[in-house]
Design a binder for this molecule. Structure first.
Ligand SMILES: Cc1cc2nc3c(=O)[nH]c(=O)nc-3n(C[C@H](O)[C@H](O)[C@H](O)COP(=O)(O)O)c2cc1C
Length: 336
């Protein structure tokens, strides 16, 4: 290679090294949050909240909003959950003209309604059917195809590996593991050793997800599991700048960011008002503040008030009162 020339690998890497991803989260990973995070920087790939493949096909009124991949479709994966394989095929055909990075299949959702219907994590009980679903999707969808899953019903690494190998064999490009059992909630810590083993054993990139709320969690998981990438959910809503902070810390151990917490809250409300349909405004803003309020000295009090607010402008007034009373909460230097 000529000195100074830009090196381009023959096969471009699917994900950059130590890729940082935003998790799919219902009522949270919408365009407004993605835009807020992208403005801070550091994010390599964002997932949309899961959309129902069947609802897309039946043209339910809100589907266009769930499928909105702006402002950076090339950095966005649309996630679907499905019960019937044909519905996923139809949904993938429906989005074929969107210039998105990829489409993701949800094999991890453990919400009772979805699981009982046979969607989400229920697929993990039938590895052959899950592999067939990926094969069908692969035949339909020309761009990146990924899946997000949990450990399954019981802790059995051999079964997990066989399940994932079946998906890879069927044409999956990468996968994300949230290493909790189907029945486990956030109280139980994720088992990142499974992320590490899977990352070593599979021939496609494995992304690890779960419990990265601070830079130090990311450092710990990176040491422990060294996956291809890291997906953050709750940590990204609490600190939308966390991706920028992680990237900055990678470049320099002394890196820190001065965050204007008040301006960030208002910027988020602006984005909600301008990017989401009116019916979504209050629910999405409340959901965001249920995480973001954790940044403040009187977190519960503020969150309680915001949760009762009847409009976005009432939320703005509550925030203004709060910062007038607690001016020390307006800005903060973040290093971790
Ligand atoms: C409010 C909320 C909604 C979620 N919705 C989805 C979803 O639509 N699809 C999905 O695969 N996982 C969903 N999850 C799971 C997250 O993507 C992620 O796996 C989980 O929160 C663990 O990551 P974290 O510890 O970084 O938050 C959701 C989680 C939360 C908290």
């Amino acid at each position: 290679m000529r000195v100074g020339a830009v090196y381009t690998p023959a096969v471009p890497e699917l994900l950059p090294p130590d890729a940082l991803l935003l998790a799919p989260m219902v009522a949270v990973s919408h365009r407004a949050l993605r835009e807020l995070i992208l403005d801070f920087g550091g994010l390599d790939l964002a997932f949309t909240e899961m959309a129902s493949a069947a609802a897309v096909v039946s043209a339910s009124p809100y589907e266009e909003w769930y499928l909105d991949a702006e402002p950076e479709p090339a950095k966005t994966c649309i996630q679907f959950y499905t019960v019937k394989p044909e519905r996923l095929v139809d949904a993938l055909k429906y989005i074929k003209d969107k210039a998105v990075f990829g489409a993701d299949i949800n094999f991890g959702c453990s919400a009772p309604a979805i699981r009982q219907a046979g969607g989400g994590v229920a697929w993990m009980q039938d590895p052959a059917a899950a592999a067939d679903l990926v094969r069908l999707a692969r035949a339909t969808w020309p761009r990146v195809l990924s899946a997000k899953l949990r450990l399954g019903e019981s802790e059995d690494y051999g079964a997990l590996k066989a399940f994932c190998e079946g998906l890879v064999e069927a044409g999956l490009d990468f996968l994300t593991l949230h290493p909790r059992l189907a029945s486990e909630r956030f109280r139980r810590k994720g088992r990142w050793d499974h992320v590490g083993r899977l990352a070593r054993d599979l021939k496609v990139p494995v992304v690890g997800n779960g419990d990265i709320l601070r830079v130090r969690d990311w450092e710990e998981k990176r040491r422990e599991a060294a996956p291809a990438g890291f997906m953050l959910g709750r940590g990204a809503v609490m600190r939308p700048w966390i991706f920028a902070l992680i990237k900055g810390r990678q470049a320099s151990p002394d890196f820190s960011l001065e965050i204007d917490l008040e301006a960030t809250a208002h910027r988020f409300l602006d984005l909600v008002a301008t990017r989401l349909p009116p019916d979504f405004h209050l629910t999405r803003a409340r959901r965001f503040f249920s995480y973001y309020s954790s940044n403040f000295s009187f977190a519960h009090h503020l969150q309680w008030k915001l949760d009762k607010a009847p409009s976005l402008s009432a939320m703005r007034a509550i925030l203004a009162d709060y910062f007038a009373e607690v001016p020390g909460d307006r800005t903060r230097v973040e290093a971790d």
